[in-house]
Design a protein around this ligand. Structure first.
Ligand code: FAD
Length: 337
């Protein structure tokens, strides 16, 4: 992927002229990601409606300014040197329920806002994703998924299964309504990975269900997550780092290589879940990258499998200075916060 560029003065003037007072400079991004890692955005705007989101994207495209659309920041690693172009933070959060359909602006949080709205109307289909940090746009980008419903947990359920349609801004700046097939959903996959489309809003078609059933599934899924995953508030992370390897699981391979608990600075392969790296306070993106590279090398050497990251690497990265050898020396040290 091409390195994002800093806007030249003429582009900076265009941003100021077209985005007005909403445009901010040098805004910290770490607090706006679930990992709490990364440098600042050189230019930053919050879009509070789908119209504002479409406008910001159109301005960036018209003046050829590199931009990144930020949802909840739960599936990215932001580089330590931040983002030199324009970060558009999606805060468009309106949600409407009409019959069995729920329409949400793409910056709405899947949990709690979207799920709570559906459950309050006795509608089933979204409750499986309780506890997962995500905006609606990020959920479609990645086809949000979870092994549900409890207690059987027989299969992975995908948010694409309940999507009815969405309004997108196409790469040609056209606002268009598309149906679910347009997204070509797969595991951790959608057409959004390969096209420059922006989701503005999404409509989900849900099924009526008794409140007790919905509440039970949500409670059981929250308990399941709490028992297996590091808590996001005290151990910030980006969820699973590597893509699933069919039938084996990236976490199992990392665990088999004895890497659980491995630390590099304040970054650590979670002792609870080997496919999650946690930030114990001051971890840098470079620390996380050192662990990622080390895990890839060890797993390949010992099992022959190559681990592919699931998270996106965004912005500018400082060189990885701490090496795997330093990290290995600290394996299985107790976590400090
Ligand atoms: C603790 C934890 C647990 C997790 N558990 C799960 C899980 O069980 N299942 C699962 O599937 N995932 C899980 N994840 C990963 C993450 O929650 C999802 O990938 C989520 O959908 C990311 O959404 P986001 O809004 O944070 O997207 P971001 O991380 O902000 O962005 C991700 C990508 O989506 C793009 N994007 C965002 N909004 C739009 C839009 N409107 N239009 C087009 N592109 C857009 C961004 O530009 C970026 O490329 C977990 C993450 C964490 C931190």
């Amino acid at each position: 992927m091409r390195k994002p560029r800093k806007p030249i003065p003429a582009q900076q003037r265009a941003l100021a002229q077209h985005l007005g007072a909403a445009l901010k400079r040098n805004v910290a991004l770490a607090p706006r990601t679930s990992f709490r890692i990364g440098g600042p955005a050189a230019f930053y705007v919050e879009a509070k409606t789908p119209e504002a989101l479409a406008t910001a994207v159109r301005v960036a495209r018209r003046f050829d300014i590199d931009y990144f659309l930020l949802g909840r920041g739960a599936n990215i690693l932001m580089g330590d040197r931040g983002y030199p172009g324009l970060v558009i933070a999606n805060h468009a959060q309106a949600i409407d329920v009409y019959g069995t359909c729920v329409t949400a602006a793409s910056g709405a949080l899947v949990y709690p806002d979207l799920i709570d709205a559906a459950v309050a109307h006795g509608l089933s289909g979204l409750e499986h994703y309780v506890g997962i940090p995500s905006t609606v746009g990020g959920a479609l980008w990645q086809n949000l998924h979870f092994l549900s419903p409890a207690p059987a947990r027989e299969r992975t359920m995908f948010i694409g299964e309940v999507l009815e349609s969405a309004e997108i801004l196409t790469a040609d700046n056209e606002r268009r309504r598309v149906d679910v097939d347009y997204f070509e959903f797969g595991y951790d996959q959608s057409v959004l990975h390969s096209r420059d489309d922006i989701v503005l809003s999404a409509t989900f078609e849900l099924e009526p269900a008794p409140a007790e059933t919905l509440t039970r599934i949500m409670q059981e899924n929250l308990r399941w997550r709490a028992e297996r995953h590091p808590p996001l508030d005290s151990e910030p992370s980006a969820g699973s780092i590597f893509r699933k390897i069919e039938g084996i699981g990236a976490g199992r391979l990392i665990d088999e290589c004895g890497l659980k608990g491995l630390r590099c600075g304040d970054a650590q392969i979670s002792p609870r879940h080997a496919n999650i790296i946690v930030n114990h306070g001051r971890a840098s993106a470079a620390d996380v990258c050192a662990l990622i590279m080390h895990a890839q090398r060890c797993v390949q050497a010992e099992t022959g499998y190559w681990l592919t990251p699931e998270i996106s690497f965004v912005g500018e990265f400082a060189p990885v200075t701490r090496l795997a050898a330093d990290a290995r020396a600290s394996t299985a040290q107790p976590a400090t916060s």
